[in-house]
Design a protein around this ligand. Structure first.
Ligand SMILES: C[S@@+](CC[C@H](N)C(=O)[O-])C[C@H]1O[C@@H](n2cnc3c(N)ncnc32)[C@H](O)[C@@H]1O
Length: 282
């Protein structure tokens, strides 16, 4: 009999509550009884992978096992992403945001851009590709792009840089031809130069210390994650993002996300292509 064939008693409401609390405290993501099926499926996979015989035993094990904690977090994250997602924000980056940022910089100065969370890397690489293709000042500055996420499996995939058709579907064919090489099973790998040009690091939006370690950025893309948080974790994450921005720096949220109910510490900037938020300069 394999671990998968074992009959595991159903997750009790109390176990489900304990697990959701555990996940919430570590990630900010809020799950509950309404997601029972989703939770049970993923926990069953973790029980099979670890050989645990009951949910109760597994939950106890989690408290003292950092590797398994990372594995269960990885299995609960939603990593949906693709290249040139919400392209209008990339246009805003090259047409409005960066021209403002460089007013306070000199040639050769560093511009730091953060894709947090970056999932499997498409957003961070999109920023690099977009600037290479669309910002004529790209060579005049030292542009540093960092991609971060809580999900260590997603980060490993980002570093590997292998993508399938769906992830690439919004990219112009000329961009695919110039920056990707064919790989096995119909996939494509982003070229070495670009892989080297983006740094990927683990960082948790709700962990103040870990966020601080990443340093200060001129622009942050924090898209399509706050929707998984409740008001408390949203407020914490946004506070940390505020502190990670240089004065005058910009933050782009996903199109269903807004600062309005979360924080009043940012100025709203309405550009032709996007609404973005700015940390006041003073
Ligand atoms: C839907 S993806 C968004 C990726 C990309 N920003 C985009 O918009 O295409 C959400 C990502 O948020 C990450 N995530 C969830 N909770 C997080 C946290 N507390 N800190 C950092 N990343 C987190 C997940 O691992 C997942 O990769």
């Amino acid at each position: 009999m394999t671990a998968r064939d074992r009959i595991i008693p159903a997750l009790t409401p109390e176990e489900l509550r304990r697990f959701c609390e555990f996940l919430y405290a570590r990630t900010g993501m809020q799950f509950g009884e309404s997601k029972r099926y989703y939770i049970e499926r993923r926990l069953n996979d973790r029980l099979a992978a670890t050989g645990a015989l009951s949910f109760a035993g597994y939950l106890n094990q989690l408290r003292s096992d950092p590797a398994e904690t990372a594995a269960v977090i990885n299995s609960f994250t939603v990593n949906e992403t693709y290249f040139y997602r919400e392209e209008h924000q990339l246009r805003c980056l090259s047409q409005d945001i960066l021209p403002e940022i460089i007013r306070g910089k000199g040639p050769g100065d560093r511009i730091r851009i953060w894709s947090q969370p970056c999932s499997t890397g498409e957003e961070a690489y999109s920023i690099a590709l977009w600037l290479l293709e669309n910002w004529r000042m790209v060579d005049a500055y030292n542009i540093e792009i960092v991609g971060s996420d809580i999900d260590t499996d997603a980060l490993a995939a980002a570093r590997e840089g292998l993508y399938g058709e769906r992830a690439l579907s919004r990219l112009p064919p000329a961009v695919i031809g110039a920056y990707f090489e064919p790989a096995r099973r119909g996939r494509r790998r982003i070229i070495e130069d670009l892989r080297q040009s983006v740094t990927f690091t683990e960082a948790n939006l709700i962990d103040r210390g870990g966020m601080k370690e990443q340093g200060v950025f001129d622009v942050i893309f924090c898209r399509n994650v706050l929707i998984y948080f409740d008001d408390d974790s949203r407020a914490r994450a946004v506070e940390h993002l505020h502190d990670s921005l240089a004065p005058g720096g910009f933050i782009c949220l996903g199109h269903t996300e807004s600062m309005s109910r979360i924080s009043s510490r940012f100025a709203i900037r309405r550009f032709d292509d996007a609404i973005v938020y700015q940390r006041p300069a003073g």
